[in-house]
Ligand binder design. Structure first.
Ligand code: AVI
Length: 349
């Protein structure tokens, strides 16, 4: 059982507390109870995810890196600004930044900026000149974002690094960079973690902030054997189990609650063929009663009942390009890795 502790700061002063309370109100008291996957990613969860990308069963990261290596020049094209949504450690982006930096150094595009012409901006780098190579990593995790931005600034002196803290599903206003010269990246297959309506909303939001000529590159996981799909979300070493259970610790720490204990749950990954998605569940191993005093709600789960913590939709190769066409994006290319496990779509406004 969890005991509530007295704190000097009222919990509702923390924006995370308010956001999680709102998410719980929306999904935790319905059937089945759900929690949005963003609550996996506290510091420990982000480290665990990083570990997941290296377990043998989790192929998407390696497959996507293979495509990025093979297609980097086609992907970057004549873009001057690369905007990466959900950038995280920016690890997979380096292969694209190499191309961006090399293209700019060779003077293939744009005009070099007059020295001294810039006003110092927040990052100390001033306004970007036309055609100047620029990388804009966007993420909600501030610490990781600034850490990787600092490292990239050292590695790529010719590329202006402009990190943006933000919820990538709710971007508003114009994107940084020259209209028509932007490359927007949404990698890793995160698009699969959206519901159908979230995905539609995301695509139309993107179309609203992109200009004619701007490119979008989307990484997505492909339908394959249920055995391999389930194994990718339930690795033998138990890293994904720990990642899933960690969400309960995040909840217990972020909102006031009693009776929430990770030992009452086990991780489960299932293939839902009808919805073409892997689902992650935390299944109660005994009857559970969780009390949320600040929400004025109690959630009971009978042994065997589950909390759905993530959906990971898997696509047919051309499904997303077709869908994006309905949002005003023109299909340019769909690439897969040699094994045909993962896909990358390039579309243009
Ligand atoms: C971030 N996202 C693309 C991962 C996925 O594969 O759906 C999250 C993940 N969950 C469990 N393993 C990985």
């Amino acid at each position: 059982t969890t005991t509530t502790t007295m704190t000097t700061t009222p919990p509702d002063t923390d924006p995370d507390t308010a956001a999680l309370e709102s998410d719980l109100r929306e999904g935790f008291f319905s059937d089945p109870p759900t929690v949005p996957p963003r609550w996996f990613y506290d510091e420990k969860g982000s480290l665990l995810f990083d570990q997941i990308t290296r377990v043998a069963e989790y192929y998407p990261t390696r497959a996507e890196a293979e495509i990025l290596r093979a297609r980097a020049v086609d992907i970057v094209g004549a873009s001057s600004t690369v905007v990466e949504l959900g950038a995280g450690t920016c690890e997979k982006t380096r292969v694209l930044l190499d191309v961006l930096a090399a293209g700019r150094a060779a003077g293939t595009q744009g005009t070099p900026e007059a020295p001294g012409a810039e006003a110092p901006g927040e990052t100390g780098q001033g306004e970007a000149g036309p055609g100047e190579a620029r990388f804009v990593p966007v993420d909600i995790s501030t610490e990781m974002l600034f850490e990787s931005a600092r490292a990239l600034a050292q590695e790529y002196p010719g590329v202006r690094i402009d990190p943006v803290i933000g919820d990538l599903t709710a971007l508003d206003g114009p994107l940084p960079g020259e209209p028509g010269g932007r490359l927007v990246l949404f990698l890793g297959g995160t698009v699969g973690n959206f519901s159908e309506s979230q995905r539609a909303g995301f695509f139309s939001m993107l179309r609203g902030i992109m200009d004619p000529g701007d490119r979008l590159v989307l990484g997505f996981d492909l339908v394959k054997s249920p055995e391999r799909l389930v194994a990718a979300y339930d690795d033998a070493a138990g890293v994904t189990t720990e990642f899933d259970l960690n969400m309960l610790d995040v909840i217990a720490r972020t909102v006031e609650c009693a009776g929430l204990d990770r030992r009452d749950f086990r991780h489960e990954a299932v293939w839902n063929a009808g919805e073409s998605r892997v689902e992650m569940w935390l299944r109660a191993v005994r009857d559970v009663r969780i009390d949320f005093p600040t929400l004025g709600r109690v959630r009971t789960l009978a042994a065997g009942e589950g909390i759905r913590t993530e959906i990971a939709r898997k696509f047919e190769p051309h499904a997303l390009v077709d869908e994006l066409a309905g949002h005003g994006f023109g299909g340019q290319a769909v690439w897969t890795d040699a094994a045909g496990d993962f896909g990358l779509a390039l579309v243009v406004v």
